[in-house]
Write a protein that binds this ligand. Structure first.
Ligand SMILES: [Zn+2]
Length: 361
């Protein structure tokens, strides 16, 4: 049998018949195999890709939930129905937002806007006092027993400040200042603590980045006092606030994903005290009237968006935020509501209780 060598190149090849057949057969086989493989690829991959394209929604759904069990699906439908009815009545001319999440794993059971939940940064308002509470406990001597008298005016850094309550809150302990949300209490005590302690706590929990940290550290005193009541330089997503409230609701149990830093900022004793104070918000505090006995713990916030003068009176328009969990013992759900414009203790709490009560039935 003739053996091919390099030197044969260019010469006319005369091969024995059996060899020619063999090569022909080999090429035919290779060609058929390639064609067959290519067809297989077309058959399986292309429809899969098409399915992938189809599964991507072109528009964001009104509400969503992931891996919801049948009870959660039912709850989602009930909350959605209530939310839609709220939008048609009292809040038809306002923007309202709500999200309800599972405490243990953070899965969102209901939200009217996933985009707002994940991306939209809002001023937390007085919700930021959760951080102040822990810092005052840590750095102010006898913090829990000190009594502050809110007279509706406070002089600090050469300026006069009013409180949220006309006429003032009167005598307040730290706990009462928190659940009645006295701004002057916190404007009085927070400047006694190093600004770095405040920014470090917020940074450890991912509430501010370096830019915001610098702004807070170097802000004039007036601006700093707005920051400590969550009205300036601090903006977070509703998702972040849900993470915070889940930490308080779930305690040491396995939170997924485990939030870094919360355990460092809030030790067990502080967390228990803040939980009790958040219960106070619902029973005796800013949200008590709107919640009307609903079993939860919460913090309300109202951050100013604009100020106008009407008949010589200063009118401050605010956004309402309500952040809480329910029930108080063995919490199952975390909730956040937002309303522009409005107040956390009235609108925020009202929307939350309407949605959660609908889910309960
Ligand atoms: Zn006050």
């Amino acid at each position: 049998m003739k053996i091919f060598t390099d030197t044969d190149c260019g010469k006319s090849l005369s091969l024995p018949l059996s060899v020619t057949h063999f090569i022909y057969a080999l090429f035919s086989f290779l060609f058929s195999f390639s064609f067959f493989s290519f067809s297989l690829i077309l058959l399986f991959l292309l429809p899969a890709k098409a399915a992938q394209t189809e599964s991507k929604p072109t528009r964001e759904p009104e509400s969503y939930y992931t891996q919801a069990d049948s009870l959660e699906t039912e709850i989602c439908a009930a909350i959605k129905k209530e939310f839609d009815s709220l939008k048609k009545t009292k809040y038809s001319k306002k923007y309202i937002f709500a999200a309800v999440a599972n405490i243990k794993d953070g899965r969102v059971i209901f939200t009217n806007s996933r985009d707002f939940y994940i991306k939209n940064k809002i001023s937390p308002g007085s919700i930021i006092k959760i951080f102040n509470y822990a810092l005052i406990l840590k750095h102010i001597k006898n913090a829990e027993y000190n009594i502050f008298y809110c007279r509706d005016n406070l002089y600090a850094g050469g300026r006069r400040y009013n409180c949220s309550q006309k006429g003032g809150h009167g005598e307040l302990s730290l706990e009462a200042a928190f659940y009645r949300s006295c701004n002057l209490y916190f404007k009085n005590y927070m400047p006694k603590i190093k600004r770095r302690e405040f920014t470090a706590a917020l940074k450890k929990c991912g509430f501010i980045n370096e830019t915001a940290e610098k702004k807070i550290l170097f802000a004039p005193q007036n601006e700093y006092l707005q920051s400590v009541i969550g009205d300036k330089n601090i903006e977070v997503t509703p998702e972040k606030l849900i993470e915070l409230i889940r930490f308080f609701a779930a305690g040491d149990s396995t939170l997924k994903p485990l939030p870094i830093g919360y355990g460092e900022v809030f030790n067990t004793a502080a967390r228990e005290k803040i939980n009790a104070a958040m219960r106070g918000v619902a029973i005796n505090g800013t949200a008590a009237a709107a919640l009307n006995g609903f079993d939860c713990a919460a913090k309300t916030g109202s951050a100013s968006v604009s100020t106008r003068i009407e008949n010589n009176k200063k009118i401050i328009l605010t956004t309402a935020v309500f952040l809480g969990y329910t029930p108080y013992a063995n919490p199952k759900y975390a909730v956040i509501t937002f309303c522009e414009t409005g107040a956390g203790g009235t609108d925020g709490a009202f929307i939350a209780v309407r949605l959660l009560s609908a889910a309960d039935h």
